[in-house]
Write a protein that binds this ligand. Structure first.
Ligand code: UT7
Length: 330
């Protein structure tokens, strides 16, 4: 039994100003608006400027989450950033974010779990709160995927966008209805080569050749990822429901990772869950990896779709392979 309960206190998000439509992509790669819309549900995505890095987006999202909460900067006692496109290989983007926010003497670290980075980070934060070690943890999901995209590969370059979403996970009273109830997280490293960035790490350090061959960009076997994503997210959600003696009809909202509208619709279909209770914003931002879920949550709360007391499931799938689901009452 945990000593304390943890809850989502507030959210904030930010996407860069530059909008890239499907029609813009038609001009640089052999694709069409019709194909992208029909096969993915995406219409536009946002790209960072050359001088913008992950911590710049994370900073604005974090400030917005802080402003939406009753907390002060000094109340935050840990920062976790879920990202695979941090400012540098090291130090962590969380440390750079700490500097920008003017926070001192707290632990800060990044968490790499592909598109499941935000859910993994929330799960780690939940455990630090529940065991009584921390009170208020800033969790950010942020990516600048446009900078690791191969614009010669039409099967991947149309899919990704940039953005950041932040939340504060706080200790809460036992009689507070709002709390993160349960979570399941999984990985299957045996399939790590289905979605990865081949060069730039210690396996294949940067060289003239790796740059010429575009090996610092995203490699993905889309079809195999597609099937895995539906199967794994369904299994995670199903496990959470069974373990908590719930049925899909008891859930008010599902907030899934936004990688492909067909994945989202198949998941809802398998769960017998109505699409009008699934939060979808893929048409505006495309796949922002670890940022999709916190951006979607921030918007859904500000639009007064998700309200206090609602029972919500978050679920994601990504590189690793990693996947998971979280059950929370907001
Ligand atoms: O966030 C992490 C997890 N990521 C995901 O979950 C992504 C999962 N995968 C997907 O969403 C889908 O597999 C894709 C959107 C990547 C691809 O969709 P698909 O329906 O699986 O297409 P496909 O790869 O089977 O390709 C079908 C056709 C091919 O042409 P031929 O061989 O049938 O002539 C592709 O060359 O579509 C072609 N194609 C394109 N055509 C126009 C692939 N990309 C494009 C494109 N524009 N951008």
């Amino acid at each position: 039994m945990p000593i304390h309960n943890a809850k989502f206190t507030s959210f904030g998000s930010y996407v860069p100003k530059k909008v890239i439509t499907n029609f813009d992509l038609e001009k640089i790669v052999d694709t069409t608006d019709e194909w992208i819309r029909a096969r993915t549900g995406m219409m536009e995505r946002h790209y960072a400027e050359p001088e913008e890095a992950a911590s710049d987006l994370a900073y604005i999202a974090a400030q917005r989450a802080l402003e939406a909460s009753p907390l002060k900067h000094r109340d935050i006692d840990m920062i976790i950033v879920g990202t695979v496109t941090g400012d540098h290989a090291f130090p962590s983007t969380a440390c750079i974010l700490q500097k920008k926010l003017g926070m001192k003497n707290i632990p800060c670290f990044d968490l790499s779990a592909g598109c499941t980075g935000f859910l993994y980070s929330v799960d780690v934060a939940k455990n630090f709160i529940e065991n009584g070690t921390k009170h208020n943890i800033l969790v950010v999901g942020v990516e600048i995927l446009s900078k690791v995209t191969n614009f010669k590969d039409r099967s991947t370059c149309v899919l990704f966008g940039d953005g950041a979403g932040a939340t504060i996970i706080s200790r809460t009273e036992r009689n507070d209805i709002s709390r993160i109830i349960d979570s399941v997280m999984y990985a299957d490293g045996s399939q790590s080569d289905l979605l990865y960035q081949p060069a730039g790490g210690s396996r294949m350090p940067a060289s003239q050749e790796t740059v010429e061959k575009n090996l610092h960009t995203i490699y993905m076997e889309g079809n195999r990822i597609f099937k895995n994503a539906i199967r794994s997210m369904y299994a995670a959600v199903d496990e959470l429901l069974r373990r908590n003696k719930l049925e899909a009809k008891d859930i008010d909202w599902i907030v899934p990772h936004q990688a492909n509208i067909r994945i989202i619709e198949s998941l809802a279909d398998k769960l017998h869950f109505p699409m009008n209770k699934v939060i979808v914003n893929i048409e505006k931002y495309a796949n922002t990896s670890s940022a999709t879920i916190p951006i979607a949550l921030d918007e859904a709360i500000r639009d007064k779709k998700i309200r206090r007391g609602d029972l919500v499931i978050l679920t994601s799938f990504g590189a690793g392979l990693t996947w998971g689901a979280i059950l929370a009452r907001f």
